[in-house]
Every structure is written in structure tokens, then in C-alpha cells.
Design a protein around this ligand. Structure first.
Ligand code: EPZ
Length: 454
């Protein structure tokens, strides 16, 4: 075990984060059908909420099945910056003890790089009745306001101000209350849950988000002694408790990573078994893949996707869970771009999540974006090109298109992809893909790859 994030000490992870800012790119030679099996890592969007919630105890919390991705490294840095002890047992396990926290001010610049840093608002407010957190970052896919988070904190009795780039939440007391969310916000549901778990009395959150990662955070908080019921439904009831205790908890598998590989299997007309998944979490995507003509077999903790022919067309609207996840919208668009017929995708969550379509067009797709709709006219073939990832899930979609395209594709700005996918290129290679990560400046590496794969 290596103590790499002592209270307030900048850890070696910072060096690692700095190193990864070097302009890496993926280089892919397309045309091969993916085959074999891969195992899905822990869920990024559960891990971010759980790591923040872990600071609410003054005892050691052990979190297992962490995904080894940049967003986790960054959040652990931020948690250490407020004085918590963070011990990296290995790349998939961390021990956190919030008993040494010495400030409620989260001003570490890293917190602006990710969305998940804002979960420290609910965690520190819930524990210390006070939290000042830098406004978060996250993928540039829309305005992403936090008015619902603030509304929830205020209904519980906090005063919230935004000044100097910080969200400042203060309360004399937090008292349980009835909160009705204007939309089923994942972040607001998780943040308000954390603010309420040690409040006086009962809190009801209506119109709460039902995503699997919301349920995972609730289960984790309950493992620390919280009293939360109804997570996974649109009414969550929380009875405040005076204190939370240590726990050992393993994070659920990442449904978005699983879906990304399922879609890549279908797009390359392959035969892939995705292990370490909860099939129930994948139902919206599974139904669509079957509708398109793929064969999908479900096992207890695995899903097999087989596509032997060119698939058909469909209509998709992204919705809060259990609807089709917005975080799989770019990936399924890349698949539909090479299916037969015309498909329509409606982005029901974000107002700006089709930016990647211009990059796909460089590979020969025929997609027209009109407002929050994309009309996808399937084409028989794509050709490799140099493209740039505008955000995390769009980067994954460009990789899927590169795996299908004839010839070579380079995907730049893959630091976005590495925020949410562990060993992405290795997992793709394990399925037979000709794909490597190289330094964009290293032309020799590019030539070496081309010589190796022919
Ligand atoms: C989480 O973001 C995920 N990120 C996102 O995944 C995911 O796309 C999103 O949930 C929806 O599933 C993390 O968990 C770190 P929201 P979050 O609050 O919490 C509006 C990925 O690729 N809204 O459900 O920010 C907002 O504008 C990332 O892994 C308000 O108007 O999502 C957005 O349109 C990308 N006011 C919609 O709701 C609020 O106070 C969804 O937001 C909050 C949200």
C-alpha cells in the first residue's frame, strides 16, 4: 500500500495527470470484426459520487472495483487537498479517511477539470453544514446548470451563493424536507442525497434520477449507516442519522463502457462477450440492437453481441434511465451511420451533444443535424481519416467509426476518452482490433504501427 495523498500533500498522481496531458492519439486500422471477450471496469459515474461520499465518515472507507481512469485520479487529488487521508491500495482500490479533513474549501484547480468534484458540495455540506467548492468542469455538451442542486440544498435549510467561481453553501442546521426536482437530474439527486443523510428528520426527493449509479451511491451511503429508501425509483426517502461509519464497498460495473463495447461489436459485425455487466442495466441498448438485427444473448453477468450482416435502421430518443442513455448517443450514432436505411436520433438531455458529427463526416458518414435531432442516412462504407475527439463519449464514437472504416484513422485529444475508459485501446486489441495509443508528435510510432499492421 502506498500513501500517495497524505493530507494536503500533492501526490504522485498529479505527475501522472500532468504526463497524460501530452498530446496522445489513437491510431486504428479499420476493417476487422471484433471477436472474443472483455471485462468491464467499475462505473465512473458511480465511483465519483461514492468517493465524494466516502469523506462523510471519520473512519476508513475502502472502495473496490474503482476504474483506473483520469477522472478518478483527479477526484482523489481533490479529496486529498481538503486534508482527507487517501491511500491507493492499488489502481482499483482506495482507502479514504475523512477524519483529518481540515477545510471545507475545495479550491484545488483540478476540481475544475471534472464534473464529479461538485459532489463534495453535498458531502461536506451534509457532514460539516458548510462547503465552498469551485464550479465544476465536465464534458462540453451543453450548459449543465446546477440550479436543482442549489434548490435542494436551500430546501434543506442552506444558504447558497456563487461568487468568485465558487459555490458557497452554509447552514446553521440541515432539516429534512420535501424536494421536487424539475427534472430527473443525476447529479442533483446524488448531491441532495448526501446533504440529507445527516440532516434532522426525513427528506423526500421526488422526480429523482433512477440511474444504476444513483442506486450504487445510495447503497454505499447505506453501507456507511445512512437510511435511504427508494433509490432507483422516482421517490427517494432519507431519514437523517447523526453519524456515518467506515465501510468496504465494491462499485457496480460501468453500463456505458459495456454499451460502448456492445455497439462496437455490432458495428464491426463481430462476436463479442462483454463480461462483468448487469444485463438489466443494458436493457434499452439491448432492445435497440435486437431491433436493428443483431443477436444478443444475456447471461447472469455477461452479454454476448453477434452481428453477421449489415444492420437496419431505427429511431432513438435519449432519456433518463431506464430510457436510452444519453451517454451512449454518440456511439449508437456511429453504428447507425453504417447501417442500411435512415435513422433518427433525438438528444433529449443535452442541447449540444452532436458536435462530433462533423468529425464523423470526415470518414464519409451522411448525417444531418437539425436542432436536437440527427437524421442518419446509413452508408455502406467509411474511410479512415484524422479526427479530433470533442468530448469523452464522442471520442469513443470516433474510435468505433475508425474500427469500421477502410484504412487508417487517427483520433486526437484522447485525454477526453481516457477520462472515462480504462485501457481502452488494450481492451479493443484484446478483441482483435488493430489499435494503438501513440504520441501525436512521434511520427516514427505511426509508421511503426502501419508497418506492423500492414
Ligand atoms: C451525469 O451528469 C453524468 N456525469 C453524465 O455523464 C450524464 O450524461 C448525465 O448524468 C445524465 O445521465 C457524471 O455522473 C459525472 P444531470 P450530470 O444532472 O449529473 C440539466 C459521461 O459521459 N440540469 O442528470 O451533470 C442539465 O442541463 C457524462 O459520463 C439542470 O438543468 O447530469 C442536463 O441537460 C457526460 N439543472 C440534464 O439536466 C441541474 O441542476 C442532465 O443533467 C442539473 C441538471
Amino acid at each position: 500500500m502506498v500513501l500517495i495523498c497524505a493530507p494536503g500533500v500533492v501526490a504522485e498522481q498529479t505527475a501522472r495527470v500532468r504526463l497524460e496531458i501530452v498530446m496522445d492519439q489513437y491510431i486504428i486500422k479499420g476493417g476487422k470484426a471484433l471477436a472474443g471477450e472483455i471485462s468491464v471496469s467499475g462505473a465512473k459515474n458511480a465511483a465519483l459520487g461514492i468517493l465524494a461520499a466516502a469523506v462523510m465518515a471519520d473512519e476508513t472507507v475502502t472502495v473496490e472495483n474503482l476504474p483506473d481512469i483520469r477522472d478518478i485520479d483527479i477526484l482523489l487529488q481533490v479529496i486529498a487537498s481538503v486534508g482527507a487521508v487517501v491511500e491507493r491500495v492499488d489502481k482499483h482500490c482506495v482507502r479514504i479517511n475523512g477524519g483529518t479533513i481540515n477545510t471545507i474549501i475545495v479550491a484545488n484547480d483540478n476540481s475544475r477539470k471534472i464534473r464529479g468534484s461538485y459532489y463534495l458540495l453535498g458531502a461536506l455540506l451534509g457532514k460539516y453544514k458548510s462547503a465552498h467548492v469551485l464550479l465544476p468542469g465536465g464534458c462540453d455538451i451543453g450548459s449543465r446548470p446546477i440550479d436543482q442542486h442549489i434548490k435542494g440544498f436551500e430546501v434543506l435549510g442552506a444558504t447558497v451563493r456563487i461568487q468568485h467561481g465558487m459555490i458557497e453553501a452554509e447552514a446553521v442546521d440541515l432539516v429534512g424536507n420535501h424536494i421536487y426536482l424539475d427534472m430527473a437530474s443525476v447529479g442533483a439527486t446524488i448531491n441532495i442525497m448526501m446533504a440529507a443523510v445527516m440532516a434532522e428528520g426525513q427528506t423526500i426527493i421526488e422526480n429523482s434520477a433512477k440511474e444504476p449509479h444513483v442506486v450504487d451511491v445510495a447503497n454505499f451511503l447505506n453501507s456507511m449507516g445512512a437510511n435511504i429508501k427508494g433509490a432507483g425509483t422516482d421517490v427517494i426517502r432519507i431519514v437523517g442519522v447523526p453519524k456515518l461509519h467506515g465501510s468496504t464497498y465494491s462499485i457496480i460495473p460501468d453500463q456505458i463502457e459495456a454499451g460502448t463495447f456492445m455497439i462496437a461489436a455490432a458495428a464491426t459485425k463481430g462476436d463479442v462477450t462483454v463480461r462483468n455487466v448487469i444485463p438489466r442495466h443494458m436493457e434499452a441498448l439491448t432492445a435497440k440492437l435486437v431491433e436493428l438485427g443483431a443477436e444478443v444473448e444475456e447471461y447472469d453477468d455477461a452479454i454476448r453481441v453477434v452481428a453477421t450482416k449489415r444492420l437496419g435502421s431505427t429511431q432513438i430518443k435519449t432519456l433518463p434511465y431506464p430510457g436510452f442513455p444519453t451517454d451512449m448517443q454518440p456511439q449508437i450514432t456511429a453504428l447507425l451511420a453504417v447501417c442500411s436505411g435512415t435513422s433518427i436520433i433525438t438528444e433529449g438531455i443535452y442541447e449540444n451533444r452532436f458536435k462530433y458529427v462533423d468529425e464523423l463526416a470526415r470518414m464519409g458518414t451522411n448525417i444531418k443535424v437539425e436542432g436536437n435531432n440527427a437524421i442518419v442516412n446509413g452508408v455502406a462504407e467509411l474511410t479512415g481519416a484524422s479526427v479530433v475527439a470533442p468530448d469523452l463519449r464522442a471520442g469513443a464514437a470516433l474510435v468505433i467509426a475508425g474500427l469500421v472504416a477502410e484504412g487508417y484513422t487517427t483520433v486526437e485529444q484522447i485525454r477526453y476518452v481516457e477520462r472515462g475508459y480504462e485501457c481502452f485501446e488494450k481492451k479493443m486489441r484484446d478483441l482483435g482490433a488493430d489499435m494503438e495509443k501513440v504520441d501525436s508528435e512521434d511520427m516514427k510510432a505511426v509508421q511503426k504501427f502501419k508497418l506492423k499492421v500492414g
